[in-house]
Design a protein around this ligand. Structure first.
Ligand code: ADP
Ligand code: MG
Length: 291
């Protein structure tokens, strides 16, 4: 573990998000690379402080090759911030990969699906609902490993991990773009526990990888809350292009089932033929690394 901020040298900024800045850093004594996520909250921002503590709490309890690892939580650098030392993911995020390549072939999409589902099986198994599955929160290692990151909107909903670290609800903590129908509807959401919402979001992400842009609104349209609420809650199931294979269409249909009670579960989807034949995700980094 890394226990002092002064042991780290900032090399560059690798990401900006809603909650702070992520730096690529070097550990001076060992020369190893880490990512340092600095969560800033104003001196009086009790909510942001609670959210940061929740993120740190979940990150330090999870231990899986499918989830980005946390090597320390540091309070240095001022009263109004918390720093998370994480394993550095050299391939950036799936959002970066999509920006560079626009679309992915089905084989790679199946690989991403398999990895994220395995990660969700692990998280859901310990009562953690991610609640913000989207391309920028799926990180890629130097060999194409896919890991789930960013627990800034997550909740612990089961007793498995002890007292809930939940709190006042924020229906739209991250972006609403990947939110499931039941999450727009506060009543249905309560019953679902939120697990099915992670599956919906994964379906939207995989469809986005296939069509090359955010798939639920027309090109150029802003996916704002009201537009999305109409499309997701009152529209038909998201359209899948004809070019998709029958297995992929069937898989997406199970993820993007509007009624969360009928939606595919992690267990069912992991044995679906689309991911059962799935393959390595090594190809995710070929472009970024061999140029
Ligand atoms: P936010 O809560 O602000 O969205 P994230 O944890 O999602 O913060 O990080 C924001 C961005 O920073 C990510 O989309 C990714 O591009 C980059 N990033 C975050 N963590 C890492 C990491 N461990 N390794 C490499 N890049 C990272
Ligand atoms: Mg994020």
């Amino acid at each position: 573990t890394v226990d002092r901020l002064s042991d780290l040298e900032k090399l560059s900024v690798v990401g900006h998000g809603s909650s702070g800045t992520v730096y690529k850093v070097r550990h001076l004594r060992t020369n190893s690379l880490f990512a340092l996520k600095v969560l800033r909250f104003g001196p009086n921002a009790a909510d942001a402080r609670r959210q940061a503590a929740r993120e740190a709490d979940i990150l330090t309890r999870v231990d899986s090759p499918l989830v980005v690892r946390c090597h320390g939580v540091l309070e240095g650098g001022g009263e109004d911030r918390l720093c998370l030392v994480m394993e550095y993911m050299a391939g950036g995020s799936l959002h970066d990969v999509l920006r560079a390549r626009r679309r992915l072939p089905e084989g790679l999409i199946a690989g991403v699906a398999g990895r994220v589902l395995e990660g969700l099986r692990y998280l859901h198994g310990m009562g953690v609902v991610h609640r913000d599955i989207k391309p920028s929160n799926l990180l890629i290692g130097s060999h194409g490993e896919v890991k789930i990151a960013d627990f800034g909107a997550s909740r612990v909903v089961a007793a498995a991990m002890g007292p809930s670290s939940g709190g006042g609800d924020d229906a739209c903590a991250g972006t609403c773009a990947y939110m499931s129908p039941e999450r727009f509807d506060s009543e249905g959401f309560g019953d679902s526990g939120g697990f099915a919402g992670d599956i919906w979001a994964l379906g939207v992400v995989l469809l986005e990888c296939f069509v090359g842009r955010f798939p639920l609104v027309d090109a150029g349209e802003r996916p704002d809350w009201a537009t999305l609420m109409c499309v997701v809650c009152f529209g038909g199931p998201p359209a899948v292009p004809d070019a998709a294979s029958p297995e992929f269409r069937s898989f997406l249909g199970r993820c993007l089932e509007k009624d969360w009670r009928k939606r595919g579960t992690v267990g069912e989807l992991l044995s679906h033929p689309f991911v059962a034949k799935c393959c390595s995700t090594e190809g995710l980094v070929e472009d970024t690394f061999h140029t």
